[in-house]
Design a protein around this ligand. Structure first.
Ligand SMILES: N[C@@H](Cc1c[nH]c[nH+]1)C(=O)O
Length: 372
């Protein structure tokens, strides 16, 4: 095998350099403060855990892509977390099972995806979010979405758009008003994801065709969805969406794509994606889901996760620097005082050191900071 060039990292992994590494920390802090103000308490699960602990914690019909490692210590297979939500579910179902519901938990940390996507070439992402365990009601969704909007605004995102979706809509309709052969459910979902009306008709799923045309701005989409006669099966979901939109009171643009399922592996009646002005791709997503307890009990929950990398890449979280070059021989009391006033001091180590190339904005002359 050829030698790996120095500094080369595996595909999808990268170093964050100054000033981005600090912007990341600042953005994370601001998001955590924002959710803490709603009473969400932070938990900090580990980077890796037993594979069984991560898989199957949330009710889902899809297999999970995980990066696995064999742990020589426990001789068990460990998985690196691709998403912190399942870990929060595990904590809620085990160590915090006895706590009063609803349980409000927050988290922020790195996750590792097995595969990069076209939209996001990175595999390691900084994820931060909040989970409300014990309810998946309209009130819970409204709290979660208001918090997500607040957190994004605090981070500096403007013109927020929320794309709502109904992830379990097709199986629900298939089991009720629009019967489908169970073997066809996945194909119909896939074609609805593609919005391929011809393929849906070819599958004999004509009843599902109106859903293709119902995606768009909320008012239009709601009108089209309400016109679909599904014997009441749609009613509660649409009323839920209307309630959520009311609660957000115009703080974000809302669209509805009732059958969008991409990336919603475990979400149930509600899913959403978050977008912002001049930002590439999704900034986060969330929705309702079900936590599985060891005794077979199930518990509903609702939450959101933000991905900080697009925010960092867009230049958010940067603060104007006040970097002051401090020559050799400066009294340490003076330097202490300047730091306490908010200066970042960069001290000379030798007589020959100058401010050149040190990225300073000021230098100390006769005890006073002077712009460079
Ligand atoms: N963790 C999910 C989003 C989510 C949080 N809570 C519920 N859903 C994701 O990143 O895709």
């Amino acid at each position: 095998m050829s030698k790996i060039p120095p500094g080369l990292l595996p595909e999808g992994l990268r170093d964050r350099l100054p000033p981005e590494a600090e912007a990341a920390a600042r953005l994370l802090r601001s998001i955590m403060d924002s959710v803490a103000s709603y009473g969400y308490e932070r938990v900090s699960p580990p980077l890796a855990e037993f594979e069984e602990g991560l898989v199957g914690q949330l009710k889902s019909d899809g297999a999970q892509d995980l990066l696995r490692i064999i742990d020589p210590v426990s001789r068990r297979t460990l998985a690196l977390r691709p998403d912190i939500t399942a870990q929060v579910g595990r904590i809620a179902a085990t160590r915090m099972a006895g706590r009063t519901r609803p349980l409000r938990l927050a988290y922020g940390g790195e996750v590792l995806k097995l595969r990069a996507t076209q939209l996001r070439p990175e595999r390691q992402l900084l994820q931060a979010g909040a989970e409300l365990v014990g309810s998946d009601s309209v009130a819970a969704a409204s709290e979660i979405l208001s918090m997500a909007v607040d957190a994004l605004e605090a981070a500096g995102v403007t013109d927020i758009t929320i794309d709502l979706t109904l992830p379990d809509l097709v199986p629900t309709l298939a089991a009720g008003p629009f019967p489908l052969d169970p073997g066809l459910v996945d194909s119909v979902r896939a074609e609805l994801d593609e919005k391929d009306a011809g393929a849906i008709a070819a599958l004999g799923a004509d009843a599902y065709l109106p859903l293709v045309h119902a995606a768009g701005p909320l008012d239009m989409a709601m009108e089209r969805m309400r016109a679909i006669d599904a014997g009441g099966a749609l009613q509660s979901r649409l009323d839920g969406i209307a309630g959520i939109a009311d609660a957000l009171q115009g703080r974000a643009t809302i669209t509805l794509d009732p059958t969008e399922r991409h990336g919603f592996e475990y979400q149930s009646w509600l899913g959403f994606s978050l977008f912002g002005a001049d930002m590439a791709g999704e900034l986060g997503r969330g929705g309702s889901y079900t936590i599985c307890h060891a005794d077979g009990a199930e518990e509903v929950a609702m939450g959101f996760s933000l991905y900080l990398d697009p925010l960092i890449d867009a230049g958010l979280g940067w603060k104007e620097k006040k970097r002051l070059f401090v020559p050799l021989g400066t009294e340490s009391d003076l330097a202490d005082r300047l730091r306490s006033e908010g200066w970042r001091t960069v001290a000379a180590l030798t007589d020959a050191d100058t401010a050149d190339g040190l990225d300073c904005t000021h230098q100390l002359i006769n005890g006073e900071p002077e712009p460079l």
